[in-house]
Design a protein around this ligand. Structure first.
Ligand code: SAH
Ligand code: SF4
Ligand code: F3S
Length: 454
């Protein structure tokens, strides 16, 4: 390993094309990678053809995520051969953490692989790849006691993600994450508050999402809590909205529920993955809660903040899920009436407990169940979103596009719904403005509005 990095001024300017797969943790890690690489004279490019360095930040949560990455990597073989100039290719993230060495062995055009716990060493790894002919893979865990991350990401935008805890100790039987991200480790509350203060005061950030695989476990090793962290961030002048994700229902504390009632800045939205509506499936998944417990949380959260919208994750077709167990999930959708759901077919992940179960379900049944869940949820959304018509919402405008021939802007409400709207006058630039809109039309999947206050 290179102990001393050359000065960035002595390195030629180079371009990096970084392709990210997976969850917000990976997108956050990609921001960190780019902020490091700037120090050794790399700028980011949107065009693969211009790149001197290609990096993938990979995900292995389901088979589909895996295969998407492998097809991208495969395509690069001929691309690199034809290019006729130097190109370095590196693979990081969750696939590299568990299959780094194998990747290096199998793909001759790949120069290096790096795991999820060595993000802050990327510059050394890239320079090593440039300076040596030898391919390598590094996937060691950070065994240090404390988890501290460099706070130098420059956000050109008012929305920022701030990582507060890494890893996961839950070991849900279907899930690969504890193997790809390691044990839970929290940053210190004071470091996070400092980081957020800098983002708000120096970089004009107004919406912060606190991130982790299980943010409700935040601070255990230091006797600090997520509820405390949110209270400390609340008075930050300039901060308008806070979100946190992802929450595990088992660890959602009374203090956190109470804050949903009290906080003026915490968004009217919570993503609370339930996975299944059946207690027996939840037990086989090792989720540590029952549906009764989950429904009690929902009731208390809604009592604390009646405007709260809830979203969730559902897995259908867990090994040997019976028809009755599956129907309990449909029943749960009917009872909770989630604002939106992410639903997946169970995908066996090598090394997890659930992958070893002798599973009698067919892919066809899994496919049918997924369709059934999605169909029922869309009906619920179509009904419930009608209630939005005529209501006013404050939104942060995130972008614009042409929809059915009309140029429209769109922004996100506190309850995490996207609203599209026409500009008041042609040519007005609403990008990253906080404005008020009234919903004039709502369907299961989209809401149209009009500007009432700029
Ligand atoms: N940490 C979060 C989410 C992790 S992954 C949590 O605990 O809720 C995001 C979602 O992917 C999970 O909530 C789950 O619904 C889904 N998922 C994870 N592993 C899966 C698998 N093997 N097959 C299908 N879906 C899976
Ligand atoms: Fe995976 Fe469960 Fe951890 Fe979420 S809580 S990351 S589903 S092991
Ligand atoms: Fe995927 Fe890793 Fe996130 S497996 S979902 S990128 S933690």
């Amino acid at each position: 390993m290179l102990d001393h990095l050359p000065s960035p001024h002595s390195l030629p300017p180079r371009k990096v094309w970084l392709k990210t797969f997976g969850c917000q943790m990976n997108y956050h890690d990609s921001e960190r990678l780019l902020s490091h690489l700037e120090e050794i004279n790399f700028t980011s490019t949107d065009s693969r053809d211009d790149a001197d360095l290609i990096l993938f930040n990979t995900c292995s949560i389901r088979d589909l995520a895996n295969s998407k990455f492998y097809s991208h990597l495969g395509e690069l073989k001929k691309f690199k051969q034809r290019l006729g100039r130097e190109l370095v290719i590196g693979v990081g993230g969750c696939i590299a953490q568990i299959e780094g060495e194998e990747l290096i062995r199998r793909f001759a055009h790949l120069d290096f692989a790096f795991g999820t716990d060595v993000i802050d060493q990327i510059n050394q790894l890239v320079l090593r790849a440039y300076l040596s002919e030898e391919k390598f893979s590094l996937n060691k865990w950070d065994r240090g006691r404390d988890y501290s991350i460099e706070t130098k990401i420059v956000h050109g935008e008012p929305q920022a993600f701030v990582n507060i805890i890494k890893g996961c100790d839950k070991f849900c039987t279907y899930c690969i994450v504890p193997y790809t991200r390691g044990r839970e480790k929290s940053r210190r509350l004071a470091e996070i508050v400092g980081d957020c203060t800098n983002l708000v005061k120096e970089q004009g950030v107004s919406e912060i999402t606190l991130l982790g695989q299980n943010v409700n476990s935040f601070g255990k090793e230091h006797s600090e809590t997520l509820a405390e962290l949110i209270e400390r961030l609340e008075p930050l002048v300039g901060l308008k909205r806070m979100r946190y994700t992802t929450s595990h229902p088992y660890d959602l504390s009374d203090a956190l529920i109470a804050i949903h009632g009290r906080s003026k800045k915490l968004a009217n939205n919570l993503h609370l993955p339930v996975q299944s509506g059946s207690d027996s499936v939840l037990s086989r998944m090792r989720r540590e809660y029952t549906i009764e417990h989950y429904l009690d949380l929902v009731e208390r959260l809604r009592a604390a903040n009646p405007a709260l919208s809830l979203s969730t994750d559902i897995i259908v077709g867990f090994p040997n899920e019976s028809e009755e167990e599956f129907l309990a999930t449909i029943e749960l959708l009917n009872r909770v009436r989630f604002d939106s759901i992410y639903s997946f077919k169970f995908s066996p992940r090598k090394g997890t407990k659930a992958a070893k179960i002798d599973d009698l379900l067919t892919e066809e049944v899994r496919g049918q169940r997924l369709q059934q869940v999605q169909k029922r949820q869309l009906e619920i959304q179509a009904e419930d979103r009608q209630k939005m018509v005529g209501q006013r919402y404050e939104i942060l405008v995130e972008g614009s596009k042409v929809m059915k021939g009309q140029f429209k802007w769109s922004g996100r409400t506190s309850c995490n719904r996207i609203i599209h709207f026409l500009p008041e006058q042609e040519g007005v630039d609403y990008q990253w403005q906080w404005i008020e809109v009234e919903v004039i039309e709502a369907t299961a999947l989209s809401c149209q509005g009009r500007v009432v206050r700029e």
